[in-house]
Design a protein. Structure first.
Length: 520
């Protein structure tokens, strides 16, 4: 953790209305050579939150920076006492505690927990015949993942072996190929010869690609780190989804100069037991938005390597997620991809990497950039999905954020070009999904010469901050943190997509079914 930061935070006192920002502020002070000020700042946080584990952890980081090893070790001990997961102390190559890593406390933790996953496991890129198991180890290690059918069957076992390395932050991505469709698997993770198997280490493959079926996904965005709201992941698990789509603002990093801020924000979410329990047993898919990529309402610009931080945040994102693809690969980086779950086609876009700034652009504005737009239109045209789900990090509907240029309202011509393409090519079965607004909505976008498009929007998984409800929506909810589920049933004579909105406390507050014959 050594790069200087230039991100400006508005206040020098903790903002307890935005818990997720308190310790980011402290880390920013530490990385700008103001570790003493960070300690003073954290003392204010400690006075208000005397048993807050995160505050003690960040105190330890500041004290390590100041060469106060005894104090740092004591702060780590308090953080653990107050409930900080052990993985926060021994996991990740950017946790800020290298100065005390060889001291007795951390060495004891490594001896006890060093051969267990410090983050994960998480199931990524799940399909009918493959899955990738993501996890992070405490040190460089040989990781073997073995999966077998439930109940075990002859020929049902598959395995993969990978090596974790510091240059990829000790991340393992074990690809399990040759799986059977519609089959439940249990899996084990062996780290340097030590086998780990948790109760939740099971997943079920989807149908063959293109085959009709039933499944449920959960989705949302707006997942800033708020300890008292982390139980939302348990609430999601209780709805028994088959997949989780995280649609941006997944970690609220908001820093383009201190890459350690990205690592820090990922570590604190990945360490939460509620989140780990959920993602160990279902397919996780993700895109990013402004708070993961850059800063609020940011524009990446048309160039691949400019600003220079773009590729760095892209590479960190890739290390921390497992998706079916990443844009055009390293030569054309981005977080766009597509995948089929059964016969439902999900087409996800990157709304930030190539977004043009109206203050710097003389020609036409673009959220996508030319390469991504070509890919999007080509992918839509070739789609054979019964439903084709176009997923954007920001709302498709122009009315979601007033006159803001941050949503597709700022790129009306490009959005209309996409919608016109749907009409001209007679693309049926399109449903829209998005995040960004701190509430959950259902919108209906009427088109003069074609069927209306329904948009499922949700982005207040954990956030304290809230956006007002919108009268123009069919339904708009913001009273509590919330998420969406969508049940797809393509086995019916008239296939359906049923959108439900759930609160963090498990209450269902809305339901609407879209039938396939409405989308012709």
């Amino acid at each position: 953790m050594a790069l200087p930061a230039t991100v400006a935070f508005a206040k020098d006192k903790p903002d307890f209305k935005q818990y997720k920002r308190i310790h980011q502020k402290a880390l920013n002070l530490i990385r700008t050579g103001k570790a003493v000020a960070a300690v003073e700042f954290l003392a204010l946080a400690e006075a208000k939150l005397p048993r807050d584990a995160e505050t003690q952890y960040m105190l330890a980081v500041a004290q390590c920076t100041l060469g106060q090893a005894d104090a740092a070790e004591a702060s780590v001990a308090k953080a653990l006492k107050f409930g900080l997961p052990v993985g926060r102390i021994i996991g990740g190559s950017h946790n800020g505690l290298d100065a005390i890593r060889k001291r007795p406390l951390i060495q004891r933790l490594l001896e006890q927990h060093g051969k267990t996953p410090v983050h994960g496991p998480m199931i990524g890129n799940l399909s009918g015949n493959s899955a990738t198991v993501w996890l992070r180890t405490a040190t460089p290690a040989i990781v073997q993942v073995e999966a077998n059918t439930l109940p075990p069957m002859p020929g049902g076992k598959v395995s993969a072996v990978v090596q974790t390395r510091r240059e990829h932050d000790f991340v393992a991505k074990a690809v399990l190929n040759g799986l059977k469709p519609k089959t439940q698997y249990a899996y084990t993770v062996t780290i340097d010869g030590h086998k780990n198997q948790g109760a939740g280490q099971q997943f079920t493959t989807f149908n063959k690609s293109g085959e009709a079926g039933k499944f449920r996904l959960a989705f949302g965005g707006g997942a800033g780190f708020v300890p008292q709201h982390e139980h939302v992941w348990n609430t999601i698990a209780a709805t028994r989804p088959d997949a989780l789509f995280q649609l941006g603002d997944n970690a609220y990093i908001d820093n383009t100069n201190v890459m350690d801020m990205h690592h820090y924000c990922y570590y604190r979410r990945q360490s939460r037991p509620e989140y780990r329990s959920l993602v160990a047993g279902l397919g996780v898919f993700s895109i990013w938005d402004d708070h993961d990529f850059g800063t609020n309402d940011c524009f990446g610009g048309p160039e691949i390597e400019s600003p220079s931080w773009k590729r760095s945040v892209y590479e960190i994102f890739r290390d921390n997620w497992v998706n079916p693809g990443y844009g055009g690969g390293d030569k054309q980086p981005g977080i766009w991809w597509d995948t089929y779950i059964n016969d439902v086609h999900f087409i996800c876009i990157d709304g930030r990497y190539y977004r043009t700034d109206p203050k710097k652009t003389k020609g036409e504005l673009s959220m996508l950039g030319p390469a991504q737009k070509r890919w999007l239109l080509s992918t839509i045209k070739k789609s054979r999905g019964t439903f084709k789900v176009l997923i954007s990090p920001v709302p498709w509907v122009f009315k979601a954020k007033g006159d803001s240029r941050d949503t597709w309202s700022g790129f009306k011509k490009e959005r209309n070009e996409i919608f016109t393409f749907l009409t001209e090519n007679k693309i049926e079965g399109v449903v829209l999904m998005s995040a960004d607004r701190h509430r959950s909505d259902l919108w209906k976008i009427d088109r003069p010469d074609d069927y209306a498009l329904y948009e499922f929007n949700s982005s207040r998984l954990t956030n304290q901050h809230v956006h007002k409800t919108m009268e123009a929506a069919i339904f708009s909810y913001n009273a509590k943190q919330s998420f969406g589920t969508v049940d797809f049933d393509t086995t019916a004579a008239d296939p359906t997509a049923t959108y439900r909105i759930h609160t963090i406390d498990g209450e269902q507050v809305f339901q609407h079914t879209v039938k396939r014959n409405e989308l012709n």
